[in-house]
Design a protein around this ligand. Structure first.
Ligand SMILES: Cc1ncc(COP(=O)(O)O)c(C=O)c1O
Length: 438
């Protein structure tokens, strides 16, 4: 059966962010089931989920409360629409999100992915400035950070800064301005130069995930907020990766007491169960869209599955679990343990640098010939050792579910360490990029 599926996969499936030629030469792993921190393949082999199924699982797989909430909702309705209708789950979830989000964010606009949450924030910022009129209508551009990743749709790619992913699409993108990550003086320079044409600054707060877990220096985010205020531009915080406990607090913004004008959430929002995203906005932005019908200040955006009831039920149960299981509180000793375990990894000859913020970890294997696919080889080796991880180039990422147990965490780091040893050439090399941490 598994052999048939492998062949069908090779014959018909086109995988995301994947060179299919290489994919078809390797043995794919087919995950059939999961429980807690483990994924289980079609042959019954168990693997620790070392990257939370692409950074989104929070409370573990087959979580009793979330399972029950989704199946309960299934007994009511799987999908209606948010265009012209509402439903209890979407309403309740909006209120709960406003409650847990940084202060001042009072309005919730749903979508289905991190990319769409960002597209929406960009369009809202742009339209808000247009509708303010006068000199504000000139504010049609954005500032983003170099090495940033905000998704793979055209708008989110326009504010992206990872050449490998983004450069092929340059001719399709709208022009933006890039600032050096972690360098407030550079952001100030960019804002001073283009001041009157900037609608908003967009950042991944504290950690630039897809760049390889680049950690910003303490105080940087606060400075970004101040600069946005000084120059009268909006601040968009993309917490798609950092949100829902990843950095050790519910949202990364909290660490620096920052409240953005627009906040993008996805991934962990449903505990990693179903595709749901939310863009939160301040009342000021929301009010900028109010007017008589024929003034056309409407936000003309909204997908078919926006605010899907099953996904909202999962998200509500996920927030319940945060409260009932004291997830953030119980995470703190695990962050400390992870740091301790990683100290050994950092001292390995094959490792150039380990970057950690909470439960976001990048193990940088240094600059190698891309054809060696070192990061990928570590990942394949890790499977043999019972761990599923996924690299960003030659940076091995660890992002376990927040619910992972201490022993499981040890198991994950041991498997990763063993895999790096097995694959590495023992040569210590320089980090691909300089760390941004002081
Ligand atoms: C910071 C950030 N923003 C946006 C996205 C895009 O999210 P999605 O893949 O759900 O579209 C990602 C995905 O990794 C991300 O890390």
């Amino acid at each position: 059966m598994a052999t048939d599926l492998v062949q069908l996969d090779r014959d018909h499936v086109w995988h995301p962010f994947t060179q299919q030629q290489a994919w078809c030469e390797e043995e794919p792993l087919l995950i059939e089931r999961a429980e807690g921190s483990y994924l289980i393949d079609v042959d019954g082999r168990r693997y620790i989920d070392g990257v939370s199924s692409l950074w989104c699982n929070v409370h573990g797989h087959r979580h009793e409360g979330i399972d029950a909430a989704v199946s309960d909702q299934l007994g009511k309705v799987a999908h209606s629409t948010m265009l012209g209708l509402s439903h209890p789950g979407a309403v309740e979830l909006a209120a709960r999100l406003v409650d847990v989000a940084p202060p001042g964010l009072s309005r919730v606009f749903y979508s289905e992915s991190g990319s769409t949450a960002v597209e929406i924030a960009l369009k809202m910022a742009f339209q808000f400035q247009q509708q303010r009129g006068g000199q504000h209508a000139r504010r049609s551009s954005f500032v983003h950070l170099r090495e940033s990743y905000h998704g793979d749709t055209i708008g989110s790619v326009s504010v992206g800064g990872i050449d490998l992913f983004h450069s092929a699409y340059r001719p399709l993108l709208f022009p933006t301005h890039a600032a050096e990550p972690g360098d407030a003086a550079d952001l100030q320079r960019v804002l001073a130069t283009y001041e009157e044409e900037i609608a908003a600054v967009i950042v991944e707060p504290l950690v630039q995930g897809a760049a390889g877990m680049l950690v910003h220096p303490d105080g940087y985010l606060r400075k970004v907020r101040e600069l946005c205020d000084d120059f009268g531009v909006l601040l968009i915080c993309d917490e798609v990766a950092t949100g829902f406990g990843r950095t050790g607090t519910m949202f990364a913004c909290e660490r620096e007491g920052v409240a953005p004008d627009l906040l993008c959430l996805a991934k962990g929002l449903t505990g990693g169960y179903l595709p749901l995203a939310a863009t939160l906005a301040t009342e000021r932005i929301y009010e900028g869209f109010l007017g008589a019908y024929e003034e056309w200040r409407t936000f003309f955006h909204g997908h078919t599955y926006t605010g899907n009831p099953l996904a909202c039920a999962a998200a509500l149960a996920c927030l319940d679990a945060f409260e009932q299981e004291r997830t953030i509180e119980r995470l703190q000793p695990k962050i400390a343990l992870l740091e301790e375990l990683l100290a050994e990894v950092a001292s390995m000859d094959e490792v150039a640098e380990v970057r950690q913020r909470g439960f976001m970890v990048g193990i940088d294997l240094g600059g190698h010939d891309p054809a060696l696919r070192l990061g990928h080889r570590v990942v394949v080796e890790a499977r043999r050792r019972g761990a599923v991880i996924r690299p960003l180039g030659d940076v091995v990422v660890l992002m376990p579910p927040l619910s992972i147990g201490a022993e499981e965490l040890r198991e994950l780091v041991t498997a990763t360490k063993g895999s790096i040893e097995a694959v590495g050439d023992g040569a210590r090399v320089q980090p691909v990029r300089d760390t941004l941490a002081a």
